[in-house]
Design a binder for this molecule. Structure first.
Ligand SMILES: N#Cc1ccc(Nc2nc(N)cc(-n3cnc(CCO)c3)n2)cc1
Length: 289
């Protein structure tokens, strides 16, 4: 169900950070194709040795991404096992995780943000049609392959990363850390992980993109108020001043899973968001009059 890659064909470069129970590195993979030696830039995602009991879930995530291909889904070349090391070899996506890109203070236009939302919605629609639940939709798992340039009319290009270790394997504290991306019903039991949960996470991710990568509950992480209160009191994320966008986000983040919109409905609503007036009224950069 996935390609195995020889450890000796991999070379580690700099460390790029970490995910849940994993560390990521820039790296290179040498392979011989049609008699020629190729050296490809790759992203090496290594499962922490102390969580090696999660290796099945780690490889399940790799296998999921290897079995389906879509332009907005990350390409996973395969996996490599070497002693205690479990490594997923992914395509190296040029600009990395979208949350960090946005936090770095890159000003992007409203239409740039809408393009990203539409691309994520099309990836989700593809998964929904195949009845595949991702389970970890968030801006950190959106990878930016092309920056885009609104002055040249070039749109950004994102790829949805692998879901990583499944929620069922993660401890309660990791699940609490995923509020408000994780759907409320999943917090009760990871058995409740369905396609509808990805709609909830989609809403939280669109909120992040339109709030320049800011964490939705930044002020909330105070110790005295446990994050679970956010769900127990049916709270909502601070609404965007763009009413139609706020409605779409709240519709996706409906506490009733079956009230959440289908992907087709999400795509229709995104396409109906007219950027023109909003762009002029609210854009940060001056719009040519
Ligand atoms: N400076 C810089 C820079 C960093 C990284 C990349 N490239 C890349 N390619 C991938 N396939 C996956 C990731 N990645 C990043 N964070 C996660 C964890 C959350 O999924 C995964 N980054 C490019 C530039």
């Amino acid at each position: 169900q996935f390609h195995t890659i020889k450890y000796e064909d991999l070379k580690w470069d700099e460390s790029l950070g970490q995910g849940s129970f994993t560390r990521i590195y820039k790296g290179y993979r040498t392979d011989i194709r049609d008699g020629e030696k190729h050296c490809t830039e790759v992203l090496l995602k290594e499962l922490d040795a102390c969580h090696k009991n999660c290796w099945e879930s780690f490889f399940e995530s790799a296998s999921l991404m290897s079995q389906i291909s879509h332009k907005h889904l990350l390409l996973v070349y395969g996996v490599s096992v070497h002693g205690e090391k479990n490594i997923m070899v992914q395509e190296f996506v040029k600009y990395g995780a979208l949350d960090l890109y946005l936090k770095r203070g890159k000003t992007v236009s409203v239409s740039w943000k809408l393009d990203v939302a539409k691309q994520l919605a099309s990836a989700l629609n593809f998964l929904e049609e195949k009845n595949i639940v991702h389970g970890n939709i968030c801006a950190k798992n959106l990878l930016l392959a092309r920056e885009g340039d609104s002055s040249q009319g070039i749109s950004p290009f994102i790829k949805l990363s692998d879901p990583g270790i499944s929620l069922a394997m993660l401890g309660k504290h990791v699940l609490l850390d995923r509020i408000p991306w994780v759907a409320p019903e999943v917090l009760i039991s990871s058995e409740n992980l369905t396609l509808e949960c990805d709609k909830w996470s989609f809403g939280a991710t669109v909120w992040e993109v339109f709030n320049n990568g800011n964490s939705p509950l930044k002020g909330y992480n105070l110790k005295e108020v446990p994050k679970r209160r956010f769900y127990e009191t049916f709270q909502r994320l601070p609404p965007s001043q763009w009413a139609e966008l706020a409605d779409l986000i709240n519709h996706c983040m409906d506490y009733q899973a079956d009230f959440r919109p289908s992907c087709r409905c999400i795509i229709r609503q995104l396409n109906s968001l007219i950027t023109s007036d909003y762009e002029i009224l609210h854009s940060t950069e001056p719009v040519a009059q």
